[in-house]
Design a protein around this ligand. Structure first.
Ligand code: MRU
Length: 345
């Protein structure tokens, strides 16, 4: 089985998701700036995976700080944390991971620098291990919602590649299968970065899970034909009212699901829920390079100089969401109260 992100010999190792499925290549990063660059370029992507990688990046940066003076260390640590946190804006998990690391630095400010470095590496490893456990719990809760012999549509890649392992939306599918159900998957190709075609199809095939690939514009037709029983997607940030930012195109899928009376589930860990914001309007939407739209594998497919928009995410309003699957159970309407309760338990 592949490893999405790993801490190995005091370095961060990532499977390069920009070249999958053509090549299975692992890249080693030995400084925090190149980890931030890998997040930006989407060598690693998916909200939980960049949260974990961000934490490892902070640990790596801290490890390489040369001073043993606690005050100077803390100052350099702040620069590293801010640099990593700003690599991508939409998925709140990145800030969440960096904040967890910062908390360790704050709570142990009286420790020696070598001791603090040790604690930071331990914390990042803990975040990594916890993510897999959380996904498995989510898989159990979400898997129970899927009926035997059902077909699930998913968008983007919210699988093992988007997390430390197992996945959120694909974790729900894995959870149902592990509970003995027969589940088939339809994967949207997910233009322009093709996470569905390149990554979801790859990891499901590797796991022998039945997957059928469609282009994004086929989803309505497939639903109308009665082929889809449920939609399960991941999330990059969920506002306190349940509005959900996920990969561009998710909103369209949610509207289609509503029209065809198909349940639309979002699977995400608590680290994706941003209780600091009231609604989806407050979620920053990343705009990426126009070349992702005008080029395919480096080859230009649109006229030179054409105007392009490339928002990487959209926001699905809470009214289109049937349930939010978390590691603490499934939250249904009213989302505001349900999500708040999750943080009290
Ligand atoms: O731009 P990406 O590939 O990082 O976007 C990923 C998604 O939108 C995923 O659906 C989301 O992060 C959930 S991953 C478990």
């Amino acid at each position: 089985m592949f490893k999405t992100v790993e801490w190995k010999n005091n370095a961060v190792v990532l499977i390069d998701q920009t070249v999958l499925p053509d090549k299975e290549v692992y890249k080693t990063y030995r400084d925090y700036k190149s980890v931030a660059e890998a997040i930006k370029k989407m060598v690693v992507r998916g909200a939980p995976a960049i949260g974990v990688t961000g934490a490892f990046g902070v640990a790596l940066g801290a490890l390489k700080i040369k001073t043993n003076d606690s005050k100077k260390f803390r100052k350099e640590f702040g620069v590293i944390a801010r640099h990593i946190a700003s690599a991508r804006p939409t998925a709140v998990n990145l800030c969440w991971g960096v904040e967890r690391m910062t908390k360790i630095a704050d709570e142990n400010c009286d420790s020696s620098v070598p001791e603090l470095k040790k604690l930071l590496i331990e914390e990042a490893r803990k975040i990594h291990a916890e993510d897999i456990e959380i996904n498995k719990r989510m898989g159990k809760h979400g898997g129970a919602l899927l009926k035997n012999n059902s077909t699930v549509l998913t968008h983007c890649n919210a699988g093992a590649l988007a997390t430390a392992g197992y996945g959120t939306a694909l974790g729900v599918i894995r959870g149902a299968i592990e509970a003995g159900k027969k589940i088939s998957v339809f994967a949207d190709e997910t233009r322009p970065f093709l996470q569905g075609a390149r990554l979801t199809a790859w990891e499901l095939k590797k796991d022998n899970i039945d997957v059928t690939l469609i282009t994004d514009n086929m989803a309505g037709h497939i639903m109308k034909k009665g082929h889809i029983d449920a939609v399960v997607v991941g999330a990059d940030r969920i506002a306190s009212n349940g509005d959900t930012a996920n990969k561009i195109g998710t909103y369209t899928v949610a509207l289609l699901a509503k029209e065809h009376k198909i349940p639309f589930y979002v699977a995400a860990p608590l680290s994706t829920i941003d209780m600091r914001i009231q609604n989806g309007e407050q979620i920053p939407i990343e705009e990426r390079d126009s070349k992702e739209v005008t080029h395919l594998k480096g080859k230009q497919i649109a006229p030179a100089g054409v105007k392009v928009k490339n928002p990487a995410f959209d926001v699905t309003p809470n009214k289109l969401i049937t349930g939010i699957i978390t590691e603490k159970g499934v939250v249904r309407r009213p989302f505001k109260a349900g999500l708040k309760a999750l943080f009290k338990k």
